[in-house]
Design a protein around this ligand. Structure first.
Ligand code: SAM
Length: 221
């Protein structure tokens, strides 16, 4: 980067270091969500891409729900269709036993909070699938038109999730998820995280800040 003027180089370095420090989890409490683990502005992106599949046939799925912040936005965006909400509510085990979510689960009934939030803030179009994501995907036989992926952020589990989803997608389906920047490919603790898995498997994906998305367009279409 020697050719860049020094001031621009400095600014770039500042932006990069800010991105590296973006938290995967903020413990700031907001409204009914004790942990605010999904950015408000990202909910707009999430509902916008969900709108794109409205006219397609297929299931709408979310993997990684926690207290339901993204679940509620999605359920309301896809209504009257049903959203399959998949989580074992055991925390981000793939990221290690000392992960923040596992600590919180020892003190809080997150699943009860999820059920309450979904009951109060949706029109009851959520099918709760309290199970491991990989078991769910092995058993799920219906075609999928939309899946929001927001479970563990390590490279291996995100890659495995995407690999299991791909054969089930209908043409035009959307895959999307959180933490593209915060679980970036430089994160050795996550083996390259979300960014590496998405970049390796989903050619042509895009991201808006921390939110990534990709549309399945079969070759020749
Ligand atoms: C980052 S939180 C989800 C945040 C949520 N989307 C929101 O809007 O607040 C990650 C969730 O993924 C779940 N999870 C992690 N690995 C999983 C797996 N293998 N199967 C099912 N759920 C998993 C955790 O239990 C946790 O609830």
């Amino acid at each position: 980067m020697k050719w860049l003027p020094t001031s621009l180089e400095k600014r770039l370095r500042r932006v990069r270091s800010r991105i590296r420090r973006l938290p995967l989890f903020s413990t700031k409490s907001r409204g009914p969500f004790r942990q605010d683990w999904y950015a408000d502005e990202q909910l707009e992106e999430l509902t916008r891409v969900c709108e794109l599949v409205r006219d397609l046939a297929g299931s709408v799925v979310e993997i990684g729900c926690w207290e339901g912040k993204s679940t509620i936005a999605l359920a309301n965006a896809c209504y009257p269709e049903t959203l399959a909400a998949v989580d074992h509510w055991r925390g981000n085990l793939e990221e290690g036993q000392d992960h923040e979510s596992i600590r919180v689960l020892k003190e809080t009934d997150v699943f009860a909070a999820f059920q309450r939030n979904v009951r109060e803030m949706t029109r009851q179009n959520v099918r709760i699938c309290k199970t491991d994501a990989f078991d769910f995907l092995s058993d799920f036989e219906k075609p999928i038109k939309f899946c929001h992926i927001d479970a563990s952020h390590d490279y291996r589990s995100v890659r495995r999730t995407i690999e299991m989803l791909l054969p089930r997608l209908v043409p035009g389906a959307i895959l999307c998820g959180d933490d593209y920047l915060s679980a970036h490919r430089g994160r050795e603790d996550l083996e390259g995280g979300v960014e590496r898995a998405v970049s390796e498997l989903l050619e042509g994906h895009e991201h808006v800040r921390n939110f990534w998305y990709w549309q399945y367009t079969p070759r020749g279409q």
